[in-house]
Design a protein around this ligand. Structure first.
Ligand SMILES: NC(=O)CC[C@H](N)C(=O)O
Length: 188
């Protein structure tokens, strides 16, 4: 079984991501975003780039090597919230800041793909963001939307990039464990 690195920007839910993965039987460790991508590539099978207070693109210089991870890490990556926005931005998607969402939001699935497999048509997820992904990058498929935000989840399985705007690690997100497990199963 592979080790999952959780890139830690000090977001309020980061400890939950690690604990949930461990509860599901996977091995996880926190990663300092200043670690060189070459070191991570040797030690880890996959990465989660998680949430934090930084805003993209203004705070990109504060994200250490994470932008490079998004582009160059050889294994699968799951972006959560800030990580979702970072992956979108690095691959050429369009971000906006007109549709903040906080608290429970209804998510509608457009395409199950990998990470949303086994959930059904819709579910309620916990959100905590000001920035949003308004247009997915070329090569990515939109997996889910909400009333306000067109890209709640997206994937490019060919290059192993998956991301969600909401927080699957928070208990208030229905099926959060299924989403984390669907991703973690790609890591062996
Ligand atoms: N929770 C987060 O990761 C927030 C990301 C970003 N700061 C935003 O407001 O959209």
């Amino acid at each position: 079984m592979g080790v999952i690195g959780v890139v830690n920007f000090g977001g309020q839910y980061n400890h939950l991501i690690k604990r949930r993965l461990e509860d599901l039987g996977f091995q996880a460790k926190f990663i300092n975003p200043n670690e060189p991508v070459q070191v991570l590539s040797r030690e880890l099978n996959c990465l989660i780039i998680s949430g934090g207070s930084w805003n993209i693109p203004a705070d990109i210089p504060k994200l250490g090597n994470a932008p490079q991870y998004a582009l160059e890490f050889p294994g699968p990556i799951l972006g959560i919230c800030l990580g979702h926005q970072l992956i979108a931005y690095e691959f050429g998607g369009i971000l906006g800041n007109k549709t903040p969402e906080f608290g429970g939001v209804r998510i509608r699935i457009d395409n199950e793909d990998t990470i949303l497999r086994g959930i059904g048509a819709e579910f309620t997820a916990w959100e905590s963001h000001n920035i949003s992904v308004d247009k997915e990058p070329n090569g990515f498929t939109v997996l889910a939307h909400s009333d306000l935000v067109r890209v709640q989840a997206m994937a490019n399985p060919r290059i192993g990039r998956y991301s969600v705007q909401f927080h699957p690690e928070v208990k208030h997100t229905e099926f959060g464990d299924i989403i984390l497990r669907n991703f973690a199963e790609l890591c062996s």
